[in-house]
Design a protein around this ligand. Sequence first.
Ligand SMILES: *Cc1c(COP(=O)(O)O)cnc(C)c1O
Length: 241
Amino acid sequence: MTSSLIDNIASIKQRMALACQKSGRPLDSVQLLLATKTVTADKILKAIKTGETLIGENKVQELKEKHGDLSVIPHQTHFIGHLQTNKIRHVIQYADCIQSIDRLRLAEKLQRRLEYEDQSIDVFLQVNTSYESSKFGMAPEHVLEIAQQVTQLDRIRIKGLMTIGLFSSEVDKVRRCFRLLKSIQSRLLDKGIPVHELSMGMSGDLETAIEEGSTMVRVGTAIFGKRPYPDSYYWNESVEG
Ligand SMILES: *Cc1c(COP(=O)(O)O)cnc(C)c1O
């Protein structure tokens, strides 16, 4: 079990390195985030002990449950799941960054809670680059306007953009999603919005994402194995905050 976990991480690192090489990028220009939904704290600890320091959780409940066990070892936790406004107060207690800011109202409620707690937080804006109705994220044409409003919220530091690429075996269509996120990044950077991070690429498409400029790939299945629930359980909650 453990040795295959270690092997899996090594082989992901190798895939990342090859993709960097292929696109003439330095190896350290892309970070690996372990997507740890449904993975036990014990297994996550083993992964962190191999030298990985960045994990991502999708559910507030899991974030809370594993927090104690994981607190024995230094690491950073990003929240990468759909966030309901009534869970904000828990997330800011346990996460170092929220990658899934997908609507202005969420950012505004987040700001209010951060003021109340006298705290601040890093965020990424999540963009629906595949235009699939099943996916969360703001529409590409709204990102600039929303980003400009979020920059007015002084407790929120915008660090980057996040997207989930189209699930397709047609690489060109997947690539289009990542290229779109990169072009949105350029527009925002031109306007002085510091979205230096591009969180894109997962188990199946990380090479394409790196070729298109990803600075952070989020990998679950290829490291921890298949999950017990379909991803729609995480990505298609119909609850709005
Ligand atoms: C689960 C998840 C991932 C990882 O997906 P894999 O295909 O298992 O690598 C990445 N990003 C988000 C937002 C996720 O929910």
